[in-house]
Design a protein around this ligand. Sequence first.
Ligand code: HEC
Length: 125
Amino acid sequence: MNRILLVLLGLTTVSAQAATPAYTKAQATQGAAVDKAQCALCHGSTLQNGGAPKLAGSAFLLKWGSNSLDDFHSIMSTTMPQTHPGALKPEQYINLVAYVLQQNGFKPGTTALKAANLKQYTFRK
Ligand code: HEC
């Protein structure tokens, strides 16, 4: 294989890799509490043990893998909770995204998840 092709392949690989989503454990813990109060009735306490679509697990990751966390956050914050869409505080929706990340096996860190950063992250591993 010639060198130019190798370089091109290298670039493609790099650009297809999204940054690993940053969130803190505290955000996920708060998100879990919001889930329990507002979402668990339909989505379950682990986000995959309710009657509504699973928000964690391989089928969820397959469905959402190519979308940004911003897409996910927009849909969630404008259509959920189903009984009163958009009713939660902005911070609560961010914490819910952190809990969704945790339940899908992403590791927490020291940098908090912020609304401004959602576009740069995906659920792709
Ligand atoms: C009364 C039941 C109910 C409650 C409460 C509820 N949901 Fe849902 N949710 C649903 C149903 C049913 C769907 C699938 C139909 C739809 O998309 O409208 C859904 C879909 C979703 C989706 C899209 C999933 C996908 O893969 O398309 C997300 C994200 C979501 N809910 C998040 C939440 C969050 C976060 C909360 C709590 C703030 C919440 N929901 C509360 C019933 C509920």
